[in-house]
Design a protein around this ligand. Sequence first.
Ligand code: SAH
Ligand code: F3S
Length: 477
Amino acid sequence: MGSEKVIEEKKQGQALLTANKEGNYKKLFIESYGCQMNLNDTEIVASILSDEGYNTTHLLEEADLVLVNTCSIREKAEQTVRKRLEKYNAVKKINPTMKVGVLGCMAERLKAKFLEEEKIVDLVVGPDAYRDLPNLLEEVNAGHDAVNVILSKEETYGDVSPVRLNTNGVSAFVSITRGCDNMCTFCVVPFTRGRERSRDPKSILEEIKELVDKNYKEVTLLGQNVDSYLWYGGGLKKDFKNASEIAKATAVDFSQLLDLAATEFPKTRFRFSTSNPQDMSLDVIHTMAKHENICKYIHLPVQSGSTTVLERMNRQHTREEYMELIDNIRKILPECALSQDMIAGFCGETEEEHQETLSLMEYVKYDFGFMFAYSERPGTPAAKKMPDDVTQADKKRRLNEIIQLQQSHGLYRMEQFIGKTVEVLIEGSSKKSDLHWKGRNSQNAVVIFPKGTEQIGDFVNVLVENCTSATLLGKRV
Ligand code: SAH
Ligand code: F3S
């Protein structure tokens, strides 16, 4: 279960600390679970509340307000949040005036039911309603419960400058789209984060400029489906067909956005996540090839290697189409690293279908992977229409087979770097040794090497001498 454990650890929430704003006297304890988008949203919430007199604290016991940004993607993610609520309950006994709010996907999914189910909760706010927090808090401070879970067709928080929390000062996330229109049958995201909409490229470039001015060196553009990015003046992606001719002619798609960002900030490294096979165009791959400062790494979730499973998942592409995309990436970007998300044991998955997942993995030999056992989510098309009929034992065994295979491929990919020199952006000290730096190369592999006179945020060349299945070890040249 190696890889899944790593992901679960990575996705654990943590109290986030930031610089205080002078004059603010109220204390906010805010933590974030789930994906990078949630972390970015948490930074947006901290920014909105900073204007309302709140500074963040890492001490739960002294908080006036506790906010937890939640994840619904798998049942386990929700259980983790429920456990945190128990902890807040215990703390409330010594800090009785503390208020507790739930943000994010669980808030959206459970809505006012949260107030009934969890007595500790005073406030429930969905992902598109954070601007309403000041009003909602007024209600809460007047002694009433407050709920806003209205999803929006427009909200992108484009004008809110996120407060960077627990930052290394080197890499930051910038959201470019919100929501998802893809309706994969297993996925709760379209229900919790609403319809897909893109953010004005002007505000994206302004946010990147702010980061560059503050000396950030790497920006990851974030969206549930970045390849689907389309700005034509605002509004839902699905309404683009009705847009005016002028709007259509001046629209900006993802490859153009990447090109704009990489051209305007040639010294900044760009990454993006997540790519969706059905929406990824060759233009994006060509734009990656054109700019050295766009990292050669694509997270390209596939979920299954079987066309029949992909069909049940409503993934809109076949195994063969996915392989063709991989072939194109390899042709245009021979140095590009690839990673996957896989779901083991989706509804009706047969042993043969599972074998097709393993054989697709053999074909691609992914550098990294994020692998999960299928977890039925209430309200999704799969939960409504398809029995969750693969036994726990089979799910677990298949997941383990996928993880084992991924580990061997990860090692294979890392070994290919031995003897080569890679450019590394230094992010901080190695977790295991204060005498070593940790950074990543363009392909997103973690690189560890002995410290010299260089500093965090420097780009340095490292000769790779050794590796594990997920880390490169070397020395500066
Ligand atoms: N496009 C999104 C996907 C979010 S969900 C993104 O930005 O990454 C992340 C991953 O969780 C999915 O790719 C899928 O592999 C996994 N996942 C989603 N729903 C799941 C479920 N019901 N059970 C198990 N894994 C799931
Ligand atoms: Fe979920 Fe599929 Fe969108 S996995 S986030 S519905 S692309």
